[in-house]
Ligand binder design. Structure first.
Ligand code: SF4
Length: 222
């Protein structure tokens, strides 16, 4: 499968997409839209736990052991894909291995949104360090252990598809994606403002969405 190429923004420039936005979109496109388009991030107990966990790893700096140097809060980017963000932790091993480690306060969900985020980190590090990064890791605060993520061709394609989807969200008509209204909403801190059950699949919502940018010329003629 050929990975999708990066979409160009206005005047040939690539709209930059943050690594955290990839995780939001992979979880729920509407959540990503609410955060990026309406700046309406809402905290709950889980997100506050995550913030507290990240305070420990988001302080820039590095620690060295004999075989591994650990760098925290490392800014990363990929000019070709228009990606930018900050890695929680990057391990630089003596044998040349570069390993991004993303910290999550909750349980690890295999093939979940965090895999997309950490794989994008790996792709940025490859670009910056000019070395292959075949694996990444997610540390689960709940499980208190690391999970290895294989950064294979399928996951790379998923990263690029998600990047293009986020770019489309930012660049098109700024319309919020419809609510998913499934089990994800139970774990989503945005549920109160999003109102997924109220809006999902209702005819009035779809009509309002479809007519959002339609100019009523009949009224103008009156
Ligand atoms: S409440 Fe559901 S539909 Fe709304 S942003 Fe969260 S996951 Fe998406």
């Amino acid at each position: 499968m050929t990975p999708p190429g990066p979409a160009q923004g206005g005047e040939g420039h690539l709209t930059q997409v943050s690594l955290s936005a990839l995780e939001y979109y992979a979880y729920c496109p509407r959540q990503c839209g609410l955060i990026l388009l309406e700046d309406s991030f809402t905290d709950d107990a889980a997100t506050v736990r995550g913030t507290l966990l990240h305070q420990r790893v988001d302080t820039p700096g590095n620690r060295g052991r004999r075989a591994v140097r650990t760098v925290h809060a490392l800014p990363v980017w990929h000019d070709g894909h228009g990606l930018t963000g900050i890695c929680d932790t990057v391990e630089l091993h003596a044998d040349g291995t570069v390993l991004p480690v993303e910290h999550k306060s909750g349980r690890y969900h295999p093939a979940g949104p965090a895999d997309v985020q950490v794989a994008a980190q790996a792709m940025c590090l490859e670009y910056m360090f000019k070395t292959p990064v075949a694996e990444a890791a997610i540390y689960s605060g709940t499980g208190r252990r690391r999970h290895t993520v294989l950064v294979d061709a399928a996951l790379r394609t998923r990263v690029l598809e998600t990047t293009n989807a986020v770019r489309g969200l930012l660049g098109a008509d700024h319309t919020l994606p419809p609510p998913v209204a499934d089990s994800r909403c139970r774990r989503c801190s945005m549920a109160t403002g999003c109102m997924p059950k109220l809006l999902a699949g209702t005819r009035r919502y779809q009509q309002a969405l479809n007519s959002l940018y339609v100019i009523d010329t009949a009224q103008d003629d009156e």
